[in-house]
Design a protein around this ligand. Sequence first.
Ligand code: GLU
Ligand code: ZN
Length: 308
Amino acid sequence: MAVVTRFAPSPTGPLHLGHAYSALLAHDMARAEGGVFLLRIEDIDPQRCKREWEAQLIDDLGWLGITWDSEPHRQSERLPVYQQALDSLWQRGLLYPCTCTRRDIEGALSAPQEGVAFPAGADGLIYPGTCRDTLQLERSFPEAHPRPTEATLRVDMGLAVHANSIFTHRIDTPEGGWHWYAGYQETSHGPDRRSGLIEFTPQDMIQGVGDFVIARREMGTSYHLSVVLDDAAQGVNLVVRGEDLAAATRIHVVLQNLLGLPTPTYHHHRLIRDDQGKRLAKRDDARALSKYRAEGATPADIRRMVGV
Ligand code: GLU
Ligand code: ZN
């Protein structure tokens, strides 16, 4: 099967060296195999995304010598698709509205001892379940209540991991027991990454991720939902992205199972760090590609700097 991969930036700031690495790696993998490389603009956050950044990133990618094989796909034009998926999950009773503020969540989580860190999951704080517990009765007949459209919605992870058959593989543990798990395939390109099957169990999802937000009130969707629906809609079978997103991949695999979508192969690459070993953030204009361009760097210089 020919590789179909993509680069999926959010136009919230300038592209920096880390983005260049991600885009070049995915692009080169597709080209080396005669596959398809796609560009997707992840602009679901109207507060942070700007058309100027989109124009700039398209210009930067073109300058790098990256070409894509069809018109860029823009997430802000796909809200009806995301809404439909939310409706179906709502009808199945897997979602509930949450009105908690961050402060409410921290309050509910506050540990008996002062100074104990809050449990952090793949998607921020692990939600303590406040709204899930208060809404238990109303949730018995989801089809009788329309999905609230202007609300933050969470996935009831305890129910989700029992829905369909997400965890279909049984594995024996060294202690003589066994557990169910789901897995996804990880490839490696170059010596720095693992490859093989990454396993995770229902407990990993309940205790390590919890009831994550699948729709934000102000967006009507979330990164997790949109990315999963779009990768499937675009036929992406290889996702190349930074290892900072590796924890989110388990959430994506659960969503793919809930929505009946195929799971691509994942390649989580190393992160490009600055001289102090710090991760490059988008706000960090110091590493913006446009700055290197203005200083006279060539695309070959950029390739050398990131090692592709
Ligand atoms: N839009 C995400 C970002 O800007 C990347 C999403 C992905 O590759 O899955 O980092
Ligand atoms: Zn809540």
